[in-house]
Design a protein around this ligand. Structure first.
Ligand SMILES: Cc1cc2nc3c(=O)[nH]c(=O)nc-3n(C[C@H](O)[C@H](O)[C@H](O)COP(=O)(O)O)c2cc1C
Length: 392
């Protein structure tokens, strides 16, 4: 498997990469501390962040034997698009700081793997950068700003770039506090403090790649939004620009402006899921923003079955949060998700080895998913349902 080997050659690791945890360990060494910490953290006590992962563990799969396991397929659809497996790349801010041109690397790897890539509003590479460097449509994630002209303009740009779905994030109009970002003084590009210079000196590969690109700020925003004073500080910019008054009327307005496939992200409660159905959206994502917003919220995987029960026959239900393996993907699909998004697993791959690292991440998840589905006695991901889960 070439991508894994090429990362391995430079990783200094004495053993092959076998899991997402291996990619995480390499990313931790290669990515400057403030950006690694930005990725690998949740809000306040991080309890929801931890439970997103740990709540997968008690879910047990039924092992079946003597079943024909030949000719398996993971192909299905997400938001009406054919995908080679039920996995999409989640929108993540500042991705171009995990690795230079990170969003382009991620989008290319996703395109080659036959899965959707979602570009964040708060990305380093712009909508236009991704369109120029890929050949298939990608998805665009929208944050709603106070300046509605800027929002309209972002939607227009996503249309012009032929984005095939709009992912509207509803759970971040104000920012959950992440202690590490405050301690590290998170900014992009990093301020040249003594601590940062010392840390950057230990990341020569990251620095070299960063010097080779001119994409080092929020390129969806810089030069497009009025009155932006301090783009370097994500938290102060969010506090100034994001609209805390966002309502379901705004969702309606955005749906009209966009006119295409709309996916609502950040639904964790059955009452909000009903409102998502009433809004006419095509799909919703059960999500708590990777445990980065409401600390103390339930994990995504534990919220999933209730939401599927209440609205699953009227809207496509997707989920994200805590997916670190193909086994996790299978469990989420078995509990009713049509597909999942990966945030940190993707970022660990990216930080470890750019496009090759993301490809390694997707290869690992695909193989785990395929083999695990076979162990459960199934050959087609479309046949997976709660019957493969052990009832207690
Ligand atoms: C570093 C980081 C940045 C993120 N930035 C965004 C963002 O810009 N927009 C958004 O809708 N969600 C954002 N998210 C949330 C992800 O889209 C997704 O909900 C979450 O990462 C899923 O959990 P997981 O990381 O455990 O897979 C971010 C998550 C991380 C880890």
């Amino acid at each position: 498997m070439p991508p894994v080997i090429s990362i391995l050659e430079h990783s200094g690791m004495a053993r092959p990469i076998t899991s997402i945890a291996d990619l995480r360990a390499i990313a931790k060494r290669r990515v400057p501390r403030m950006f690694y910490d930005y990725c690998d953290s949740g809000s306040w006590t991080e309890s929801t962040y931890r439970e997103n992962e740990s709540d997968f563990v008690p879910i047990k799969l039924r092992q079946r034997v003597a079943v024909d396991m030949r000719d398996r397929t993971l192909e299905t659809t997400m938001a009406g698009e054919t995908v080679s497996m039920p996995v999409a790349i989640a929108p993540t801010g500042l991705t171009g700081m995990q690795h230079a041109d990170g969003e382009i690397h991620g989008a290319r790897a996703a395109e080659k793997a036959g899965i959707p890539f979602t570009l964040s509003t708060m990305s380093i590479c712009s909508i236009e950068d991704i369109a120029e460097n890929t050949s298939k449509p990608f998805w665009f994630q929208l944050y709603v700003m106070r300046d509605r002209e800027f929002v309209s303009n972002l939607i227009r740009r996503a249309k012009a770039a032929r984005c095939s779905a709009l992912v509207l994030t509803l759970d971040l109009q104000i920012l959950g506090q992440r202690h590490k970002d405050i301690v590290n003084g998170l900014s992009t590009p990093p301020r040249m403090t003594v601590a940062n210079i010392i840390n950057l000196a230990t990341k020569p590969r990251w620095c070299l790649n960063m010097l080779r690109t001119n994409r080092r700020t929020f390129r969806n925003i810089a030069g497009h939004a009025k009155g932006v004073t301090d783009l370097r500080s994500l938290s102060s910019w969010t506090a100034e620009q994001f609209d805390p008054a966002l309502s379901w009327d705004d969702v309606k307005w955005i749906k009209e402006q966009w006119g295409g496939k709309l996916i609502l992200k950040g639904i964790l409660d059955a009452e909000d899921a009903e409102k998502a159905v009433a809004s006419g959206a095509d799909a919703l994502i059960v999500s708590n923003h990777g445990g980065r917003q409401l600390d103390g919220a339930v994990s995504s995987i534990s919220a999933l079955p209730g939401i599927v029960d209440s609205v699953g026959d009227r809207i496509e239900v997707l989920m994200d949060g805590g997916i670190r393996s193909g086994q996790d993907v299978l469990k989420a699909v078995a509990l009713g998700a049509k597909g999942v998004f990966i945030g940190r697993s993707f970022l660990y791959g990216l930080g470890a080895g750019g496009e090759a690292g993301v490809t390694a991440c997707l290869d690992i998840i695909r193989k785990e998913l395929d083999i695990t589905m076979a162990f459960c006695g199934l050959r087609d991901i479309k046949d997976v349902d709660s019957r493969i889960i052990v009832r207690r």
